[in-house]
Design a protein around this ligand. Structure first.
Ligand code: GLU
Ligand code: ZN
Length: 311
């Protein structure tokens, strides 16, 4: 069901790109909602991409559960979801492109050696390439990439280390896949959690190297628990309940700064799911997103481990 199809002349294309390593918690729902509201407020397309390129980290069933949760919250995508597990040929061809242009090199450094480097990768394997039969990761040669850019552009990337685009275990790196797909899907606006902000300049460099215009990037505040810990799959943040979408969306609207102070659903005259989404779209202003971390309300039951698990 792909309703609310955007006008074909609109250029705005946004996306929500969860990794199915767990179910959506309040923090990830907030990201999804922010990207959805921005797309709708701009009369753009909203896409969902399942970033399932790391099978060992996947939770069985999570991809379909994430899609059900989005649908249960009235966030309907405009094109069939893209699964990264189906796109290996694209990533392989992007890697070949880098290698043919001599913009990447093989790195066989051990985990222990990498751990001992305090200031990022030191370019060891660029200077001393490993033998062809040794298993190796592939790194982007940032310096050579920057040589293709104007001095002004290059300065943004001067601090980047030579980052991994293909892992030693054979998996495609997140940085490569995310850019290959954002290009393929013609994404113009990325809205995602602030934990991913440090990845942005590496991704912008890959866009340039592939001859594509990077999208605009906006990062949403992180949702923290009452101890200031970011809600994450690692700290067992609870999945949001598909059975209480209105309550979950209201919490997210508050955290996004759309509802302030004492306002309640009653005096805002919003009730059902579609009503709340329509209201949120009408209120949405991307440049008013809070900058600081947001604490989930202490009485919110949909997103926290039970107190006993919290110990
Ligand atoms: N798949 C990434 C994650 O869930 C997000 C990718 C992105 O939005 O750029 O952390
Ligand atoms: Zn190396």
């Amino acid at each position: 069901m792909y309703h609310d199809l955007p006008n074909p002349t609109t250029v705005y294309r946004g996306r929500f790109a969860p990794s199915p390593s767990g179910l959506l918690h309040l923090g990830s729902l907030l990201c999804a909602l922010a990207s959805f509201l921005d797309a709708r407020a701009n009369k753009g397309a909203w896409l969902v991409r399942i970033e399932d390129i790391d099978p060992p980290r996947e939770q069985p069933g999570a991809a379909s559960a994430i899609l059900s949760t989005l649908a249960a919250h009235g966030m309907h995508w405009d094109e069939p979801p893209l699964f990264q597990s189906q796109c290996h040929a694209r990533y392989r061809s992007r890697l070949e492109e880098l290698s043919a242009a001599k913009l990447s090199y093989r790195c066989a450094c051990t985990r222990a050696r990498l751990k001992s480097l305090s200031t990022g990768y030191d370019g060891h394997c660029r200077r001393s390439p490993p033998a062809a039969e040794i298993p190796a990761a592939t790194r982007l040669d940032v310096h050579r990439c920057c040589n293709q850019l104007t001095a002004e552009e290059a300065i943004t990337f001067a601090e980047l280390e030579d980052f991994v685009v293909h892992r030693k275990d054979g998996l495609f790196a997140y940085q490569l896949a995310v850019v290959a797909d954002d290009i393929e899907q013609r994404i113009t606006q990325v809205i995602r959690g602030r934990d991913l902000a440090p990845m942005t300049s590496a991704q912008q460099l890959l866009f340039k190297v592939f001859g594509a215009e990077p999208p605009r990037y906006v990062h949403t505040p992180l949702v923290v628990d009452n101890l200031g810990n970011k809600l994450s799959k690692q700290n067992r943040a609870k999945a949001v309940a598909d059975t209480q979408p209105v309550e979950n969306l209201l919490v997210c609207c508050r955290l996004l700064g759309l509802i302030d102070g004492e306002a309640t659903e009653t005096n805002l005259a919003i009730s059902g799911l579609d009503d709340i989404l329509a209201w949120a779209i009408s209120q949405w202003q991307v440049n008013r997103l809070p900058k600081e971390d947001r604490m989930a309300p202490p009485d919110y039951q949909g997103g926290f481990p039970a107190p006993a698990e919290n110990l």
